[in-house]
Design a protein around this ligand. Structure first.
Ligand SMILES: *Cc1c(COP(=O)(O)O)cnc(C)c1O
Length: 473
């Protein structure tokens, strides 16, 4: 009988592994502590595995390699670049708007050196951080004044807490919105200390409903843009101009949460119009709130524009300090807003708009070029076709609007086990160095090419696609 020595004697020691070629390399790259830690974890796993499988002890070079792999895997940035081929241009889970170089440079400057963030260079006195964009927002929207916070959820919270604490905020039932990521208007109101007064019904709210609700305790009339759904059929809502007249007559502020907040008229770029901030203010909104990273195409931000006296109160609320914008995004936002001064070139200079107006022929030509390389990469088990796609703007802008687009549909050749095969294929694309994110629909893995602007990078990594070529069970 051939008794092998106990496993602990067969496994190399931590010291021996550290002294191996790969072990030393790992120490140079990641330090002694991290390397020892990884080696211990690999040895532990080997002991566990060996107990189950009765394998022999691995040699020290193999353990060192496994440890180095482990450190490298865990050292990869968690905030990773991906290819957004979902067809949703402003995808909240993929970071919404991507920024143009001018904004990126401004952000980098703000990170690299001290900046005059709250400092007036001319007078040497203290300045205001919002001043860097206040004038621009007013210029682009016609607002008297503006203030900036972290995101639009923060903007709504701050406005409610300033103008309506302990008082009624009157909202139509049809507008009690939930935006993804747990932004629910009723919950925000409760946290802001405002009393929610729901009026009307889900499908119909009349001016008389507002009139009846406006009592002594009224703090504001709030209109929320129903950004991610549409109520159709037998419906009635009160136009902003009428709400504003009523609010004025009763001396309460009229607040319009626009959400997406287009700064320029989308019609001029051939898209369906979305209410602009300027229009909303012109219709008499006292305060308008909107996001920086939706249709505006900038960094995450919440913009509050409107009446000077109200903005002054909002800016003085101690909560403003807790919700203030950071310097990096503020620098990027300033650069983005400046692009809006030249609306003729905005569809080239602002990536969000460039993607939205990208002609379907361009995506079709791109799809035709990518078809063969993709077919070669996925192998014989799949049909790879150029396909028509319908992109969406996303992030609650024009929820029912689809933009005709083109892309690739990959369909398993065998019907049996096709669902599992598709999931595995989608996972293989996600496992690429730059994960490729598409979506599965109608029995195919689909890649909408509207947002693909790095064709070379996309093709360059296809050789690393690992598709399981075994036929399904
Ligand atoms: C998106 C949206 C919000 C939340 O804005 P964030 O910038 O995501 O915080 C609030 N209200 C409306 C109407 C929205 O569309």
């Amino acid at each position: 009988m051939n008794e092998s020595p106990p496993l602990s004697q067969r496994l190399p020691s931590v010291d021996a592994i550290l002294r191996s070629a790969t072990g030393s390399l790992a120490v140079v790259r990641y330090g002694h502590g991290a390397t020892v830690n990884a080696i211990r974890r690999v040895l532990d796993a080997a002991r566990q595995g060996a107990r189950a499988a009765a394998i022999g002890g691995p040699d020290k070079e193999a353990v060192a390699k496994a440890a180095l792999d482990l450190i490298e895997r865990e050292d990869m940035p968690s905030v990773r670049r991906v290819f957004n081929l979902t067809g949703t241009v402003l995808h909240t889970n993929l970071g919404r708007a991507v920024l143009p170089e001018t904004a990126i440079e401004a952000a980098v400057q703000a990170m690299r050196q001290p900046i005059a963030l709250e400092f007036d260079v001319a007078t040497g006195k203290r300045g205001e951080r919002d001043d860097h964009v206040r004038g621009l927002v007013c210029e682009l929207t016609g607002a008297e004044d503006a203030c900036i916070v972290n995101n639009n959820a923060g903007a709504v919270l701050l406005v409610l807490n300033t103008l309506s604490p302990g008082r009624d905020a009157i909202v139509s039932r049809g507008e009690l919105i939930e935006i993804g990521g747990a932004f629910r208007l009723p919950d925000i109101m409760a946290r802001a200390g405002a009393r929610l007064v729901e009026i009307g019904t889900t499908n119909r709210t009349h001016l008389r409903d507002y009139e009846a609700a406006l009592g002594d305790g009224a703090g504001m009339i709030l209109k929320a843009h129903t950004s991610n759904y549409l109520i159709q059929g037998f419906t009635k809502s009160v136009p902003p101009a009428e709400l504003s007249a009523l609010a004025r007559a009763r001396n309460v502020p009229f607040v319009h949460d626009l959400g997406s907040g287009a700064l320029s008229d989308l019609k001029r770029y051939g898209l369906r119009p979305e209410p602009t901030v300027r229009e909303s203010l012109a219709e008499g909104a006292d305060i308008v709130t909107f996001s920086g990273d939706k249709l505006l195409g900038g960094p995450q931000a919440g913009l509050i524009a409107g009446r000077k006296d109200l903005i002054a109160r909002i800016a003085k609320n101690p909560m403003k300090r807790a919700l203030r914008m950071d310097k990096i995004r503020l620098a990027a936002l300033e650069a983005i807003l400046k692009l809006y001064r030249d609306p003729d070139r905005l569809s080239e200079t602002l990536p969000t708009l460039r993607f939205l107006v990208r002609p379907a022929e361009e995506m079709a030509a791109l799809a035709a070029r990518l078809r063969d390389p993709l077919a070669a990469a996925v192998g014989e088990g799949y049909a790879v076709d150029v396909a028509e796609c319908a992109s969406q703007i996303g992030s609650g802008a024009l929820p029912l609007e689809v933009l005709s687009s083109a892309g690739i549909a990959i369909t398993p050749a065998a019907r049996k086990g096709a669902g599992t095969q598709l999931e595995a294929l989608a996972a293989a694309f996600r496992a690429l160095p730059v994960p490729v994110i598409g979506h599965i629909k109608d029995g195919a893995l689909r890649f909408d090419l509207r947002c693909l602007d790095d064709e070379t990078g996309f093709l360059g990594q296809l050789s690393r696609l690992h598709v399981d070529r075994r036929p399904p069970e």
